[in-house]
Ligand binder design. Structure first.
Ligand code: SF4
Length: 104
């Protein structure tokens, strides 16, 4: 529905602006539907399809937008930052296990 009004849908209605409602803060944010936003939406939609087709799940990086994001409980951006730490932990654990096996 949002893209329909951003680009002009089947009903031919193309709006100049809309509102995003944040349930957490219960605030509305006015969004101007201009050419720059339309180009950005097209670019991001193309990137999204490309990433989906490649089967890549990008690592989420916690940022200020996460606070108001409805996906935060599914996304768990805190794990993105810790990924390297977990990888380092597992690498070190495997190294220690190898040392125990070889007696080093
Ligand atoms: S919670 Fe995830 S999807 Fe939402 S803004 Fe943060 S990184 Fe992006």
């Amino acid at each position: 529905m949002c893209s329909s009004y951003l680009f002009g849908g089947n009903d031919g209605i193309q709006l100049d602006y809309g509102y995003l409602f944040y349930g957490e803060t219960r605030h509305r944010h006015r969004v101007v539907f201009n050419e720059k936003l339309r180009e950005r939406v097209i670019y991001l939609a193309e990137r999204m399809h490309m990433i989906f087709e490649q089967g890549i799940t990008p690592i989420a990086i916690k940022n200020i937008k996460c606070k108001n994001c409805s996906l935060v409980e599914l996304c768990v951006p805190e794990l993105g930052r810790k990924r390297n730490t977990v990888l380092n932990y597992l690498t070190e654990l495997i190294r220690e296990m190898e040392d125990e096996i070889t007696g080093d």
